[in-house]
Design a protein around this ligand. Structure first.
Ligand code: SF4
Length: 240
């Protein structure tokens, strides 16, 4: 089946995306922390709810500065109330400040109690379905975040899963993806359901492949006001 040119352009652009475009941060040290410390990556990923990406991916850095050492044993040993106090003292906080401590604690407890403190054992030599299931046991982590973690592990950390049925890997529609899909003419109403269905319809063998390119384009070019169409990678195929 011949693909829609808009989809072709998105997939082509996707090949050029740098991993750092997918976890934008406030400071260079925060990016280095995410790249070098898999626990920092996992912690930010499970907290990724309703807050700007720059804040979410910088939170492990803020936590490291506050605690001195970003360590799952530390988070597992603290009470929810103690962790809430820590989160509240950060310069920028997760959106759901009363939920985030429980999410961080549950991730840390799994890492400590089931994987001897090594977060990479959650995904090393495991199937994608197992990894998704593990993350979805954590408070506040739904299917969308768990799928995003699989995609990021593959894309940015070169973890290979051979059981991923990509037909069921969806986009995780946020404001950027919905805006780009709308302006591209993929959807006629700006909502999550339409965006999910559009990705499934336009790229049925792997809907989630449209996630990263649409998200990056939405942040860099297709901004809410004054989109930079002339320099946008989709300019020649976008009906605007
Ligand atoms: S060409 Fe313009 S409207 Fe279309 S996706 Fe790019 S920035 Fe958005």
């Amino acid at each position: 089946m011949i693909k829609d040119p808009r989809v072709m352009h998105l997939l082509e652009f996707s090949k050029k995306i740098h991993p750092r475009d997918l976890f934008p941060v406030r400071y260079e040290q925060a990016a280095i922390l995410i790249e070098k410390d898999p626990f920092a990556f996992a912690l930010a990923a499970v907290l990724d709810r309703g807050r700007k990406a720059e804040v979410i991916w910088t939170i492990p850095y803020y936590l490291q500065k506050h605690t001195g050492d970003l360590n799952p044993y530390f988070f597992a040993s603290k009470s929810i109330e103690e962790l809430e106090g820590i989160f509240r003292s950060l310069p920028e906080k997760p959106r759901y400040i009363t939920d985030a401590p429980r999410t961080a604690k549950e991730l840390s407890e799994i890492v400590v109690n089931e994987y001897n403190g090594d977060v990479t054992k959650i995904w090393e030599n495991k199937s994608a379905s197992h990894v998704k299931k593990t993350f979805q046991c954590i408070y506040g982590v739904g299917s969308g975040i768990a799928s995003m973690i699989i995609l990021l592990l593959e894309r940015c950390f070169r973890v290979h899963f051979n059981d991923v049925d990509r037909r069921y890997m969806d986009v995780k529609p946020d404001v950027h993806i919905i805006r780009v899909f709308y302006r591209l003419g993929f959807i006629s109403e700006r909502n999550t359901k339409e965006a999910l269905e559009a990705a499934q319809r336009f790229n049925p063998e792997y809907p989630g492949a449209l996630d990263a390119p649409a998200w990056v384009i939405g942040r860099k070019w297709c901004t809410p006001f004054g989109p930079k169409c002339q320099s946008c990678p989709l300019d020649e195929v976008c009906p605007k």
